[in-house]
Design a binder for this molecule. Structure first.
Ligand code: TEU
Length: 544
């Protein structure tokens, strides 16, 4: 664990939807530069930039066709260098998204492989089918078959793609692939990037290609999740590249349990600085993420406590570009949106770990207001619709399922102001803007002293200045149907966070009579009561 990043607060930018400077409806780097003062005013110190590399955009940049160039819609390399310099001037570091499980099928390597060059065929996972059958029975993350014919169908060769057809998986058995990727990492670190968020990093090394145990989704996963080969690659990349630049890495590690997360972040092993685990994001699903159930706060609390007590250092997040918005998911987006959004932010900052915020979360943005599949751009949602169709699920049900889970829910353009285009664009936005931009936007928040944004700024300040919040231990105090309370303790000093997940007033199961350090309500509640979505950070007077 590199201590200098441990105390960072990270703000994720999804460039396509952040700020459009040239009116083409797509966010861009110059747009980000124009908002750096705003980002700096938030009190965050690291930006995680979702991919800005050249890409045919099948999966919004997570399909890279040139790792050393910028997507023209987003700008130029000169714009990127300016972004780095301007961020540096404001003491903000930038980490890039490193997508190395797969490339785009339009990457030169794959094109040359297709043209028959053996060297490049060996960059990908190409296997023979058996008597008209696929190489194995695996599933895929995007609800489709992971094997696609490679070249002439008569050859019965298939390439593996755990994501879309346009995202062929790289062959990490090949040392040349390792060298290429290490070189790409050096290229960006040399430019001044501080590190990487490593996309689906724990699936890169497939240790066998045998059939997998049958699962509802992702049959075959036991052959590639957090394998020994993956650990070895991470150790080498750390030694050969990351350590030389004192670079920072956070791994997106799907389906990890606490032990795996510990292994991946163990200082002695030297692999990643921290990992994004997903168990808490799965608290409202049945089996696979597209089948949601009613959110039960107690389930979320149980998982949070399990990770807070099981893993020394967590990444604390409730949103990213793949998840529906937290407002509308964990709290109501109606009458009590503001109190709910603040409570979730309070909870996040009070937990032990590095806080990650996704653009728009600081103003309580809500899920997209999509009315039909035609308005959805996300490839995953379209694939899920196809899959649901083959399962015989009929339409309003298919749409209901997609509307609730689509990743586009979090990808709607950032709401800067109440003017047309939400201050995001002067043109036609690439994805439908949420009509609530008239009332939910940055400009409005800036003009309110006690809004979500000012609460957010108070939280970043507090997290930076409070040793207890930064380093204190975590102990669960109460986890009931609707109320979660935990303490943070350091050198005999203690803070208690109380979070109500109820949209109604409830009895407080714990004593809230201490000094209120921070609350999402202006005045203190009546003794023994918690108002809708009330959040309290209480200093324990006995410890004072
Ligand atoms: O996401 C990995 C991924 O599989 C997610 O869909 C994950 O299953 C989900 O968030 C858990 O609920 C990463 C990127 O974040 C995503 O945008 C890309 O589409 C994907 O990898 C492929 O690169």
């Amino acid at each position: 664990m590199l201590s200098k990043y441990k105390d960072s607060i990270v703000y994720q930018i999804y460039p396509r939807s952040f700020c459009d400077s040239d009116g083409d409806g797509v966010g861009d780097i110059r747009g980000i530069i124009s908002k750096l003062d705003y980002i700096s005013s938030l009190g965050v110190d690291v930006i995680w930039l979702s991919p800005v590399y050249k890409s045919p955009n099948d999966d919004n940049g997570y399909d890279i066709s040139d790792y050393k160039d910028i997507q023209p819609e987003f700008g130029t390399m000169a714009d990127f260098d300016e972004l780095l310099a301007e961020a540096k001037r404001r003491e903000i570091k930038i980490i890039m998204d490193l997508v190395i499980n797969h490339t785009s099928d339009e990457h030169e390597w794959f094109r040359r492989a297709k043209a028959g060059e053996e060297k490049y065929k060996n960059y990908y996972i190409i296997k023979k089918g058996k008597n008209g059958k696929l190489p194995n029975n695996w599933g895929n993350f995007f609800a489709e078959c992971p094997w696609e014919p490679f070249g002439d169908p008569a050859n019965e060769e298939y390439y593996l793609h755990l994501f879309s057809k346009k995202q062929p998986d790289l062959n990490w058995y090949n040392p040349e692939v390792y060298d290429e990727i290490a070189d790409i990492m050096r290229f960006w670190l040399e430019r001044g990037v501080a590190g990487f968020r490593c996309d689906v990093i724990n699936v890169i090394f497939k240790e066998s290609f045998a059939d997998g145990e049958k699962h509802l989704a992702l049959t075959g996963k036991e052959h590639y999740l957090s394998t020994e080969g993956c650990h070895k690659i991470l150790q080498s990349l750390r030694r050969d590249v990351m350590d030389k630049y004192e670079a920072f890495t956070v791994g997106e590690t799907v389906m990890v349990d606490i032990q795996k997360a510990k292994d991946l972040t163990d200082i002695e092993r030297g692999e990643l600085d921290m990992v994004f685990a997903f168990e808490h994001m799965e608290c409202d699903q049945i089996g696979v993420k597209w089948f949601k159930t009613r959110f039960k706060p107690k389930k979320l609390m149980k998982i949070l406590t399990k990770w807070q007590t099981g893993l020394d250092w967590n990444t604390c997040y409730l949103e990213n570009h793949d998840q529906p918005r937290s407002v509308g998911r964990f709290v109501d987006s109606g009458e009590h949106r503001e109190a709910g959004a603040k409570m979730l932010l309070g909870l996040l900052f009070a937990l032990r770990g590095t806080t990650y915020i996704y653009q728009g979360q600081e103003i309580g943005m809500t899920n997209g207001a999509f009315e039909s599949l035609d308005e959805i751009m996300d490839i995953e949602s379209h694939n899920v619709d196809k899959m649901a169709r083959t399962l015989g699920i009929i339409n309003p049900f298919r749409w209901h399922l997609i509307k609730r889970t689509s990743r586009d829910n979090a990808r709607t353009p950032m709401q800067w102001s109440a003017e047309d285009g939400a201050g995001f664009t002067k043109g036609a936005p690439w994805l439908k803007i949420n009509p609530n931009y008239k009332t939910v936007n940055v400009e409005k928040e800036e003009s309110t002293e006690d809004g979500i944004l000012s609460f957010f700024r108070r939280l970043t300040k507090l997290k930076k200045s409070s040793d207890i919040l930064r380093d204190g231990s975590f102990t669960e105090v109460y986890a009931g149907k609707n109320v979660y309370a935990f303490s943070r303790e350091l050198n005999g000093k203690k803070l208690i966070a109380v979070c109500s997940f109820s949209k109604k007033e409830v009895k407080s199961p714990i004593d809230t009579s201490g000094d209120i350090i921070l609350s999402n309500y202006e005045k203190r509640s009546a003794v023994g009561k918690l108002r809708p979505y009330e959040f309290l950070l209480i200093g324990d007077s006995r410890e004072k």
